[in-house]
Design a protein around this ligand. Structure first.
Ligand code: SF4
Length: 324
């Protein structure tokens, strides 16, 4: 790794673990004993950073602040401003719903190539569409390298007994979206927010309802996406200020930098620069090589996917879950 790659990696990964762990809504979800302890000291962040750097030098593996595993791009709702652009997917471009074997294989491979994952988000589309979800949660929660698990849901599918049992784990927090005021949901889908919340409360499952607390108008428009090749200085600046730059995830074994990148990958013709950047963990036989490529992936000043991203006109304060 050259000096500038190392600097990018430090900023994007090592410092990010601290930042993510201190986000208000993450603090509400989980207790971070080490980070909370260090927060008592003026130089706590610096100490954490020195420790993380040493750990990285010894292990030569990335400790990831946040990693999503996309179980599917299918959803029971069809939101106009979905941050993963799911309403724009077609039957041909949707990913199929992941099963337990695929999940296990991908997760095992990833964990061999990274140091730890501070927060693993098991996400969709709507993750409760995956029939093996309970098994997946149980499996992931047993991995000591995974510190915390977030499961977001739109509360349109109530959890089975098996899933309720799997969610009863202090590593797991369920993030419930409040779509009670959403109108015109198609295909007879009904939002069961209150019932879902009650089930979680009755079973002492950790959950977060930050959207209910924040109010109904928390959404914003997503960037415009189209095939393009933009100037590298512009891309670097755009990336530095981008809300989604830490939302990387795995979809069918492929590592994507953010939610829009998943849409690009599945729906738009890719320029060679993007194709060269794609890491498909399923194609790796050596975890050492995968570990190196993951570090490289997070050491770039921007992602090639950003070429397609035009975040100039972002509208805020939009109602949650407006349907297409
Ligand atoms: S493509 Fe790049 S700029 Fe656009 S949302 Fe993703 S990380 Fe941000």
């Amino acid at each position: 790794m050259n000096k500038s790659e190392e600097k990018n990696f430090r900023i994007r990964i090592l410092k990010e673990v601290w930042r993510v762990s201190n986000l208000n809504f993450i603090q509400e979800l989980f207790n971070f004993p080490v980070i909370n302890f260090l927060n008592n000291f003026k130089k706590g962040e610096k100490l954490f950073y020195i420790f993380s750097k040493l750990r990285f030098l010894i292990k030569q593996k990335a400790g990831l602040p946040w990693m999503k595993i996309y179980l599917t791009t299918r959803c029971t709702m069809n939101c106009k401003h979905c941050n993963t652009f799911l309403s724009k997917f077609t039957n041909e471009t949707h990913t199929k719903i992941m099963n337990f074997d695929e999940f296990k294989k991908d997760l095992d491979k990833l964990l061999k190539a990274v140091d730890y994952i501070q927060i693993l988000e098991i996400v969709g589309g709507e993750p409760l569409l995956a029939k093996d979800l309970a098994k997946m949660l149980q499996y992931a929660a047993k991995k000591h390298q995974i510190k915390h698990i977030v499961l977001p849901t739109n509360c349109t599918i109530l959890p089975s007994k098996e899933l309720i049992n799997a969610m009863k784990n202090k590593k797991i927090s369920v993030q419930i979206s409040d779509y009670r005021n959403v109108k015109n949901i198609k295909n007879g889908v009904v939002v069961k927010y209150d019932e879902f919340k009650q089930i979680l409360a009755d079973n002492n499952i950790i959950y977060n309802n930050y959207q209910e607390k924040k109010g109904a108008k928390t959404w914003f428009t997503m960037p415009e996406i189209y095939k393009d090749k933009q100037n590298s200085t512009h891309l670097e600046n755009q990336f530095k200020n981008c809300f989604a730059r830490y939302c990387s995830g795995l979809t069918e074994g492929k590592l994507v930098i953010c939610m829009p990148a998943l849409y690009i990958l599945r729906n738009i013709e890719l320029i060679p620069e993007i194709k060269d950047e794609i890491i498909n963990i399923r194609n790796y036989n050596s975890s050492k090589k995968l570990a190196k490529d993951i570090i490289k992936f997070y050491s770039k000043p921007y992602s090639q996917f950003c070429n397609y991203c035009h975040a100039t006109k972002i509208e805020t304060n939009l109602p949650c879950g407006e349907q297409v």
